[in-house]
Ligand binder design. Structure first.
Ligand code: SAH
Length: 227
């Protein structure tokens, strides 16, 4: 099905609901909401969000809303994708980034255009496989995907310049903070007493600093993998 969507995108590039003008409107809206990173805004402008959602929802692809992607999961709101990306990039260029929660692969695709290499894990096999196919079709070859539980981090001893978690966690998973390189940044939605907030964790010489950024709305980070 994504194949068909991709071919349609090729044919219809530049018209109607996925036109350059429709995308420009989204970029304007993100700027109005306080997104300032030009690189982030350009990556969002260049990413065909309509290919990451169900065809029936394509007309809503460039609205600033979260949308269903099946399996009770959602593609994040563009504002949220932009804000988290901008927070990761704030401290300078990034070589390696780990994402927990590939989902549709949209946030992965945005980051792939901005960093040297993006690694992403997803616990739902069907979402993992669909994202792998689409990111390959989009020729984003600096992406490595794994079907695994992100609570354990990336399954090697690798360290990352930045880690982004796109599902809400009730704790700060140790295996993720451990995989942060020195001066590395982790952006994660943390849920406490039913309230979620975006949290920025930075690894310093002596330990970690934590900063609450703003309220957030994410699906929960769960445990284990499903096919
Ligand atoms: N970044 C995604 C957001 C998808 S929603 C996008 O742009 O579309 C969050 C995703 O996190 C879901 O696909 C969910 O299955 C996944 N997830 C939740 N807990 C997880 C875990 N422990 N490990 C890996 N993925 C997880």
């Amino acid at each position: 099905m994504l194949n068909k969507q991709f071919e349609e995108e090729q044919r219809h590039a530049g018209i109607g609901m996925t036109s350059a003008r429709t995308r420009d409107r989204l970029i304007e809206r993100l700027k109005q909401q306080g997104i300032t990173s030009i690189a982030t805004l350009e990556a969002i402008r260049n990413t065909p969000r309509h290919l990451f959602i169900e065809e029936a929802m394509a007309h809503k692809a460039y609205e600033d809303t979260a949308l269903p992607i099946g399996f009770d999961q959602t593609i994040s709101q563009p504002y949220t994708v932009a804000r988290m990306t901008e927070l990761l990039l704030e401290a300078g260029p990034l070589k390696t980034v780990l994402e927990v929660g590939t989902g549709s692969g949209y946030q992965t695709a945005v980051l792939a255009q901005l960093v040297n290499r993006i690694f992403s894990v997803e616990r739902i096999g069907a979402l993992h496989r669909r994202a792998a196919l689409l990111l390959d079709q989009l020729k984003l070859h600096n992406v490595s995907l794994r079907h695994t539980d992100g609570n354990g981090g990336w399954p090697t001893s690798m360290k990352f310049d930045a880690i982004i978690v796109t599902a809400a966690s009730t704790t700060l998973p140790k295996s993720l903070t451990n995989q942060l390189a020195k001066n590395g940044r982790l952006v994660i939605p943390v849920e406490q007493e039913g309230e979620q907030a975006l949290c920025l964790v930075q690894r310093t010489e002596s330990g970690f600093t934590q900063e609450l950024i703003e309220p957030a709305h994410f699906v929960p980070m769960l445990r284990g993998v499903i096919e």
